[in-house]
Design a protein around this ligand. Structure first.
Ligand code: ZN
Length: 247
């Protein structure tokens, strides 16, 4: 099976469409979505519609989805995230708000190889940044490959032959992780719509379970278009500015 993996889209339609065109060229059969479809960006309705049209095999909710649909209060959010969540709640079509509110909590076992979650397999809202968190997640995960999002940082943690390895983001447009038998992998493909690793390119992954390979992609998209929409929507300017620098 070839799965397209999308996470942290954050209502950035330009980034999403560009990833979909690129991924279609490379070939995929099914789609996995790791949450945070909305929040920050100017196109929450169009992004929900586009994701629905892909009929994801598995999808989990993110923390921004929960707040933007009114399921949770924006208590842990900073001022910018809070105002974007309020804006999103106001503009979301009621049917999409309900659809977001009904998204399941992770983790979800997709098949014998893959498990997905938003933040971590032990807590959907926890952030996996360092190796300590990663080891805890790898222990909890019950599949060889656990895919996560939430931090907007592409990273691969690998536990194999008693060795622990961490590979962060690189400048390459394409990198691959070859899974070895008996190894456990915890991988964040990086954010589609709001990268924070200093690289403004959209990030996504394709998992090929037959080849036991994870393909990680970075791709340029029309950042200026997304920025113009953010500003015209009356969202905080900083949300437009950060797209250009990937922070
Ligand atoms: Zn996010």
């Amino acid at each position: 099976m070839r799965y397209l993996v999308l996470t942290d889209i954050h209502a950035n339609l330009e980034a999403l469409e560009t990833c979909l065109v690129d991924a279609t060229g490379r070939g995929f059969a099914e789609t996995l979505v790791l949450g945070d479809l909305v929040g920050y960006g100017a196109d929450p309705n169009a992004v929900v519609e586009r994701i629905q049209s892909l009929h994801p095999t598995a999808i989990v909710r993110g923390n921004h989805d929960k707040v933007a649909c009114g399921l949770e209060q924006a208590e842990g959010f900073n001022a910018v995230a809070k105002s974007a969540a309020k804006w999103t709640l106001d503009v979301l079509k009621p049917a999409y708000r309900q659809w977001l509110a009904a998204l399941p909590e992770g983790p979800i076992d997709v098949d014998d190889t893959v498990e997905i979650c938003h933040g971590s397999p032990f807590d959907e809202d926890a952030y996996i940044f360092d190796e300590l968190d990663a080891v805890r997640a790898l222990k909890v995960s019950n599949r060889p490959l656990c895919l996560f999002g939430h931090t907007h940082y592409p990273v691969t943690f690998e536990l194999s032959n008693d060795a622990f390895d961490t590979v962060g983001s690189t400048a390459a447009a394409q990198t691959q992780v070859q899974m070895t038998p008996g190894g456990k992998y915890l991988i964040n493909p990086g954010s589609v719509g709001q990268p924070r690793d200093g690289d403004p390119r959209a990030a996504y992954a394709i998992v090929d379970t037959n080849a036991r390979r994870v393909e990680l992609y970075r791709i340029r998209y029309a950042v200026e278009e997304a920025q113009t929409k953010v500003i015209n929507a009356g969202l905080p300017d900083v949300l437009a500015q950060r797209l250009a620098v990937g922070r």
